[in-house]
Design a protein around this ligand. Sequence first.
Ligand code: FEO
Length: 162
Amino acid sequence: MITPKMAKAINKQINAELYSSYLYLAMSAWAHTQNLAGFAKWLDLQAKEENSHAMKFLHYLFDQGAEAALDGIAKPPAAWATAKAMFKNVLEHERKVTGLIHDLADLAVKERDFATANLLQWFVNEQVEEEANAGLVVAKLDMLGESKTGLLMIDKELGKRA
Ligand code: FEO
């Protein structure tokens, strides 16, 4: 059994993961309008991954006999100036999520909740990967500058995500 304080914090994180999913879905929809099918596919898969993060936390609450308290999900932005601006937003967002995960890990240690601390270790590692993936795309977009050919090359590369 986890403490009510920990359960509340995890419920809040479920909302943050679902918002991430919704944000990436909005980005995917925008990429479609820009004919960037590769970006759209990458973001669509990322949205699904964020949903799976929410589910991982939700099922953890079930396993711990804690109650789920699903809150409303905030409305994400609908458009971005450029694909680069959008991906910078992905990176910023992931950095913010990393901060939230670290806060949760900190709380788990303070609560002497070692089971939750163990679960959160998976998320700590996952965030390293998420930031690295988004950071690499931002770096490539920075490199190509205003090149449309370069943008299409990256679009093709992102479309290969399985
Ligand atoms: Fe669930 Fe991208 O962090």
